[in-house]
Design a protein. Structure first.
Length: 240
């Protein structure tokens, strides 16, 4: 767990409206173009591009992952998840995610090339950001550690706790299939302290819990039941 990184991500996400006003001021002051995008049509393109850059508010910087920035189309996409407070946050994330050292730091205040920067956000992301519990999912730094340790990943290949939460919420605005063994392995390795099992067990989404959910919640607080719960869910998965 990285406490400084958690505090920094929390500050960005919890004060996103103020952060965006500062970003707009910084980008326009440096004579670049900023466009706000809220479109479902562009989401596939956005998801492919968003991990290639980080925007650093301190210093008006762009971290760009590519060999040659000069040869690409002069446009970049930023989203709430790839905005960072300072360069140290990027270096911390880079160590955790083991990023390639092949990146460029672009100072928007000094680069002569005029860029178009798109800030984009999905309608459902807006709803998530308004919820004090759901917005914590935006702390995620895409390190993949939760996927590595999740026991369900041994049964369902490529299963990722954070991706499953986002997938179900995007489709249903709730977690209808609480696929979780309650082992909390993901929470122990999460560098930004997201309580993933609570989301997967549907504990943040509705007040009325089923009998099964109440039992799982009980298990979630008692480690001696973890092995039994793991075995039960793994057997259920294998039989489907």
């Amino acid at each position: 767990m990285n406490n400084l990184l958690i505090l920094s991500k929390r500050k960005i996400i919890n004060n996103l409206d103020e952060v965006l006003l500062d970003i707009e001021k910084n980008i326009r002051t440096s004579s670049h173009f900023l466009q706000w995008v809220n479109s479902d049509v562009s989401q596939n393109l956005i998801r492919k591009k968003e991990k290639k850059v980080f925007y650093i508010t301190e210093g008006n910087l762009i971290i760009y992952f590519d060999d040659n920035f000069d040869t690409i189309e002069k446009s970049l996409i930023i989203t709430p998840r790839n905005i960072l407070s300072n360069i140290n946050d990027f270096y911390e994330i880079s160590k955790i995610n083991k990023y390639s050292t092949n990146f460029q730091i672009i100072n928007l205040n000094t680069i002569k090339t005029k860029l178009t920067i798109y800030f984009t956000i999905h309608n459902k992301d807006l709803k998530m950001l308004k919820d004090k519990h759901l917005r914590k999912l935006f702390y995620c730094i895409d390190c993949g550690k939760c996927q590595t340790v999740c026991p369900i990943n041994l049964v369902v290949s490529e299963f990722s706790p954070i991706d499953e939460i986002l997938r179900q919420y995007e489709q249903n605005e709730s977690i209808n299939e609480p696929l979780c063994t309650s082992c909390k392995a993901c929470e122990k390795v999460c560098p930004v302290n997201i309580k993933l099992s609570e989301y997967l067990l549907n504990l943040k989404f509705k007040k009325d819990k089923s009998f099964t959910e109440r039992i799982l919640l009980l298990f979630n607080k008692n480690e001696k039941y973890h092995i039994k719960t793991n075995k039960y869910i793994n057997n259920r998965l294998k039989s489907t």
